[in-house]
Design a binder for this molecule. Structure first.
Ligand code: GDP
Length: 189
């Protein structure tokens, strides 16, 4: 336990966005605990996020990711991606280069599928998103989706620079703006 806490190389944030009931909490539980998801997690209203320390590409990470989810067995959750959720991302995104991934969940319910893989891929292309289908229930593609997102973020210099700028700003906040000259001329302690 203690070896997993503490230092990391990069800090990103994961945001799961999508209709209530599409499986956002289940995906998180599936990814974070590496366990199969049981029925009856309470549905999420709006947006939910959690943090996981995660090693990928040799870097220890905390992740900042827009992760847009729909349920392949619920048509409305798919149409709401373009009508609601993509607009939310556009309005609230702090960095134009943010990495987005469209995720079609619940592929284990293939007989109840109402959104084809091709439709999902086409929408992802239109919205400029990566695309994956997965199942929080069976864990199919869950780890892969987070891994792919993390690797993509690491390829975008402005996201890494932006992060380091914010970190620097926060560090500077805790220092006096102008150093008062000291008689002994000492600097860092
Ligand atoms: P959220 O509101 O988007 O956070 O959705 P939840 O994670 O609460 O999931 C809503 C329901 O869908 C729950 O009953 C889950 O057990 C179920 N669920 C989530 N992911 C899957 C999946 O991949 N396959 C199946 N069959 N059910 C799932």
């Amino acid at each position: 336990m203690s070896s997993s806490s503490g230092a990391y190389d990069l800090s990103f944030k994961i945001l799961l966005i999508g209709d209530s009931g599409v499986g956002k909490s289940s995906l998180l539980v599936s990814f974070i605990s590496n366990s199969l998801v049981q029925d009856d997690l309470p549905p999420t209203i709006g947006v939910d996020f959690k943090i996981k320390q995660f090693t990928v590409g040799g870097k220890r990470l905390k992740l900042t990711i827009w992760d847009t989810v729909y349920d392949v067995t619920k048509r409305e959750s798919f149409t709401n991606i373009s009508e609601v959720w993509a607009k939310e991302v556009e309005l609230n995104s702090a960095n134009q280069d943010c990495v987005k991934m469209l995720v079609g969940n619940k592929v284990d319910k293939d007989s109840e599928r109402f959104v084809s893989r091709e439709e999902g891929a086409a929408l992802a292309k239109e919205l400029g998103c990566l695309y994956l289908e997965c199942s929080a229930r069976t864990q199919e593609n869950v780890r892969q989706s987070f891994e792919e997102l993390a690797l993509k973020i690491m390829e975008v210099p402005s996201l890494l620079e932006e992060g380091s700028t914010v970190v620097k700003r926060n560090i500077l906040k805790h220092k006096p703006e102008h150093q008062t000259p000291t008689s002994n001329g000492g600097c860092c302690s």
